[in-house]
Design a protein around this ligand. Structure first.
Ligand code: AMP
Length: 275
């Protein structure tokens, strides 16, 4: 990968990069399409990064299907699939980590200690290896977007971070590799997550500005569903991720994490979205 990316730079090609953990779905493929449209060369990485899992069972049961993924990516005219072995990313004696402070302690960071340290470390290694002009990330992982933007600004990466809106199933459920772990019944119930968030967004559109009232709407809706258990719901500034009590004019997220059975799913909606 090092020598390929060196050669691409020599040829002055623009490189678009889509980092993934595989088990690809329409969400990932939308990122790929955006990259294809914007760059000369598209590189997709598939690496289930053990360092961003804080739970061994979660890592073990994470879906993997490299053969199906490679076939899909061929259809989308991806130039390179980078699917490294663990030891290639983390050589023996590996001891260097990258940590973004502040943005990583709340929400996903609170529920999954060490998660973002794993994400920012692997993103740094992948960016250093590939040196992309643009890297494409999904809005579904809103906190990841804020953290990766901070990382690239702070460490002076020349990579532009492009954010792609969340791709959903017809039901509204955000596409996720983890959806394949749901039973049919759980999949139906998982739609409640976006329905609850959309109900809160509707209340906002009708004039509700108190974050606590908006989160209560989500809480009530999720609590009413026996198969669902709310991990968190929060109203935060889109960039700083600081909690917002009274919503003003800035772009603001209502973000939630919900267990459906034993599968943990996340989703968010944006208030005051600026185009
Ligand atoms: P993952 O394989 O889950 O690590 O995701 C790889 C990239 O795809 C991340 O930037 C995710 O935010 C993005 N992604 C995952 N699901 C979706 C979705 N439903 N819509 C848009 N982007 C997504």
């Amino acid at each position: 990968m090092f020598s390929i990316s060196r050669q691409l730079r020599r040829e002055a090609k623009t490189v678009g990069f889509v980092p993934t953990m595989g088990a690809l779905h329409e969400g990932h493929l939308t990122l790929v399409k955006e990259a294809r449209a914007a760059c000369d060369i598209v590189i997709v990485s598939i690496f289930v990064n053990p360092k961003q899992f804080n739970d061994d069972t979660d890592l073990e049961k994470y879906p993997r299907d490299l053969t199906a993924d490679a076939a899909l990516l061929a259809e989308y005219e991806v130039d390179y699939v980078f699917a490294p072995e663990q030891h290639e990313i983390y050589p023996e004696g590996f001891a260097t980590y990258v940590e973004v402070e502040g943005l990583t302690e709340s929400l996903e960071g609170a529920s999954r200690p060490g998660h973002f340290r794993g994400v920012t470390t692997v993103v740094t290694i992948l960016f250093n290896t590939i040196r992309p002009d643009r890297a494409f990330f999904g809005q579904k992982d809103a906190q990841q977007v804020a953290v990766v933007k901070r990382l690239t600004t702070d460490l002076g990466f020349e990579t532009e971070i492009v954010v792609v809106p969340t791709v959903r199933e017809q039901s509204g459920l955000a596409m996720s590799s983890r959806n394949s772990l749901l039973s049919d019944e759980e999949r139906e119930k998982a739609v409640f997550i976006i329905e609850a968030l959309r109900e809160a967004k509707l209340a906002f559109k009708k004039g509700e500005r108190n974050a606590s009232d908006l989160t209560q709407i989500v809480r009530d809706r999720i609590d009413a569903e026996p198969l669902a258990r709310l991990d968190y719901v929060a109203v935060v500034d889109r960039d700083s991720l600081q909690p917002v009590e009274k919503i003003g004019d800035d772009e603001t997220l209502i973000a939630a994490a919900v267990y459906i059975g034993s599968t943990r799913l996340i989703d968010n909606v944006i208030l005051n979205r600026k185009q």
